[in-house]
Design a protein around this ligand. Structure first.
Ligand code: IMP
Ligand code: MG
Length: 176
């Protein structure tokens, strides 16, 4: 059991299971992109661990980049709208793989998809280490899923509870 802020978390997914899932994702991607040079784009902060481990297992030639989603400043009326920051690369005609730590409701993925549509990429693929099918509300296909989990709050391996827990190599779930 670990304690972060006011909450307790119990072991849920081991680093070995995560490693196995990422190995499989990398293999699938190697098959799919054998004749391309994809650009893997991690969405910070949560995806720093999964993208790092995925890239060590991906054998093909590729590029790696990171972006961040930030709330618009000064648009009080549309407080929910997000903007993408940190993209320092022209993606026109490229095969782009967005790498997420977790897809929950799908709101973030939907926003990312809309933003990248305007970049004139050739193919846009979505990859996520963790996916909560019961919470997912969108029609957008998630191309690569590492591990499907029930609708539970998890921390570790990049995922945080109010800033803490990202550095844990294993994943924990909220204890009852
Ligand atoms: P969305 O609902 O799919 O848009 O997910 C939004 C964001 O919520 C994710 O990118 C994570 O940062 C965060 N999130 C969703 N589920 C969890 C969780 O179980 N633990 C930690 N963060 C989460
Ligand atoms: Mg995220």
């Amino acid at each position: 059991m670990i304690h972060l802020h006011d909450k307790s978390f119990e072991p849920f997914i081991s680093s070995e299971e995560i490693d196995f899932a990422i190995t499989n994702m990398a293999k699938q991607m190697d098959d799919d992109f054998f004749d391309e040079v994809p650009v893997f784009i991690g969405v910070l902060n949560g995806s720093f661990m999964v993208l790092s481990d995925l890239m060590k297992k991906y054998r093909g030639m590729c590029e790696v980049n990171f972006v961040r989603m930030a709330s618009y400043e000064g648009t009080q009326s549309t407080g929910d709208v997000k903007q993408l920051i940190g993209l320092d690369q022209d993606l026109e005609g490229r095969t782009v793989v967005i790498v997420e730590d977790i897809v929950d409701t799908g709101n973030t993925v939907e926003e990312l998809k809309a933003i990248f549509k305007e970049k004139k990429v050739k193919h846009l693929k979505i990859a996520t280490l963790f996916f909560k099918p019961e919470a997912y509300k969108k029609e957008i296909k998630i191309d690569y899923v590492g591990i499907r989990i029930p609708n539970k709050f998890i921390v570790g391996y990049g995922l945080d509870y109010d800033g803490l827990g990202r550095n844990l190599p294993d994943v924990y779930q909220l204890a009852q």
